[in-house]
Design a protein around this ligand. Sequence first.
Ligand code: ADP
Ligand code: MG
Length: 724
Amino acid sequence: MNNIRFQALQAVLTRGIPEVKFPSQKISDFFGANVFDKKKMKEYLSTEAYQGIINSIEKGEPIPRDMAEQVATAMKSWAMGKGATHYTHWFQPLTGSTAEKHDAFFEPTADGGAIERFSGDALAQQEPDASSFPSGGIRNTFEARGYTAWDPSSPAFIMARTLCIPTVFVSYTGEALDYKVPLLKALNVLDKAAVDVCHYFDKSVEKVNASLGIEQEYFLVDIALFNARPDLHLTGRTLFGHMSAKNQQLEDHYFGAIPERVYAFMQDMETEALLLGIPLKTRHNEVAPSQFECAPIYEEINLAIDHNQLLMDLMDRVAKRHNFKVLLHEKPYAGINGSGKHNNWSMITNTGKNLLSPGKTPKNNLMFLTFFVNTIRAVYEHADLLRASIASVNNDHRLGANEAPPAIISIFLGTQLSDVLDEIETSRISKKIKEDALLWQGIPKIPQILKDNTDRNRTSPFAFTGNKFELRAVGSSANSASPMTILNLIVADQLKKFKYDVDKLIKKGEKKDVALLIVIKKYIKESKNIRFEGNGYSEQWEIEAAERGLANIKTTPKALDALLSDKTDFLFSDTGVFTKREAHARHEILLDSFYKKLQIEARVIGELGINVIIPAALSYQSRLIENVKGLKDIGLDKTTYEAQLDIITKIAEHVNAIKSNIETMVNARKKANTIEDIRDKAIEYDEKVKPFFLPIRYHVDKLEQLVDDSLWPLPKFRELLFIK
Ligand code: ADP
Ligand code: MG
């Protein structure tokens, strides 16, 4: 059996389960042990330097050079004490993954010896040779000058004996080349706008942080089977494969016990994550076979995103020890559920108040309604931009595929809050109600515990879940910073407009609370069209959404147009989060990655079809021909080999169809490659090359059902999906 599929299956049969070592029985003993967190800073730094860092984290004050020197020395001795030999700036370039460039602490000395050194300069800034990170034309590749600069608000950590320092990545002309810079800018704008609005209710609020809890879905597959599937290996998803007879129809995986091998992997991964201060809390099976989910407790958003990026990397590393491969692709297997990354988001004040949590008193409820309705209004106003922020070639398989939230952005509130908003919308803010005692009757009572938290509408892309909104349309492999930058930015912008509108009424002589209620009522009315409580997967919704004027852009190249619209341009420049050049650069990078990924998929389909699938089908066909000849030779009549003839003909038909479709697809690709304009090129790939994928797959999958199992070269879905 020289077939690689059978070698892989053999390997799976002999797998052992590696022993998982826990640093201690109690998580609190080791949580964050590999992080240079506040507690360790306090221990290793002078009081003055410690306070400097805290000011920088809380107020964004720059850290003076001499203090950076002190912090570097402290970090170095802490890290070396834990066995680290190298350090790296750790950043999030627009490739989507994280990047590192390692340097050793050690430096040779003049007398031929060596010392361990780590300077304040090395902590604060680095110049990685960054010529091959995407920059969308901002930084000419020959120039190769990008800087990474320390982000003190996300603590340094040790991974693989290397001290990792979270940094931003900017071009030499100061433009953002990463995901972190715009996020930090947007958070800053939100902080200011939200604090201003908080002051209508509570003057003691000094800072508002966004909070984020990210639920991460993923698939696991045995590493040997993964390696025997060139499509999984090169594109992250299976391009061929007939659906397993048993898949998710019994829905027995979701509630089933976690397989032992997977359980060991999860415990190992969780332990490593906890050591790095990632507060992983939940784990469970997901709907599809071999699909799982983990989620940490929510954190300040910048940290939550760093932790999610780190977690994706960590999962991959730990999986190797368990002979698994983690699939973070949004749609690794056609026919069963794909994976997403639910972003649970809220805003929390320095006084500890969750601004999206209804309060006990009518006054608190007015505060809640203010932030709640402004969020709805923001998403209504910039739904297309939010859609653009989650667009990717992988996510196109989910959005609009009736399994993940649709490409139509809508908001689910649950009946209780929908009723509350309807009530306000239809209430009359009459003269009478404007009298103090009666005003509060204008605000409907909101139950503290919202029943609808549990009434989950899984088909909604943006759902309110009791004390937070949950953006569900984010792809499993995406960097959450992309949608979260946009969400925080549009809410910030909306809050600024709200303040302007309310102040205008106050100036005209309205009482503050009346002014607030009048504007809230107006916003409820204006943004009503985006609220939808029904089934987002239904065809009826597509029709209704179109009637309501909501956009339904199913593919990435067109969804990305929103990044460059006049409305977006105004938003970006007004808030200063992206310059025009940065927005154009991002647009270009996203389109570039979009078409290149399709190009790679098309090539893999061509290669596998011609060099792997057709030869396997032909060897089986030759065997059948031999068999038919033999039967004829011994004098049997046609009735004895009718079945064989039928299969021989069918194989020929499918082989022909595969070959001719691949040839036409290659020609379409050649044509697409000559197109200069990047948007046109991406659309050409999407509309002229991609449409061949499914027909080719259809014929390949038909062959899979015809050809002798022992000759089939690629691991089948039933083998990939049911972990042993
Ligand atoms: P569910 O399972 O109903 O989606 P969970 O309570 O499990 O909700 O929470 C999912 C995620 O939402 C977790 O990461 C949790 O920490 C996070 N979360 C809870 N409250 C908030 C909040 N106020 N802001 C942001 N995230 C939150
Ligand atoms: Mg959830």
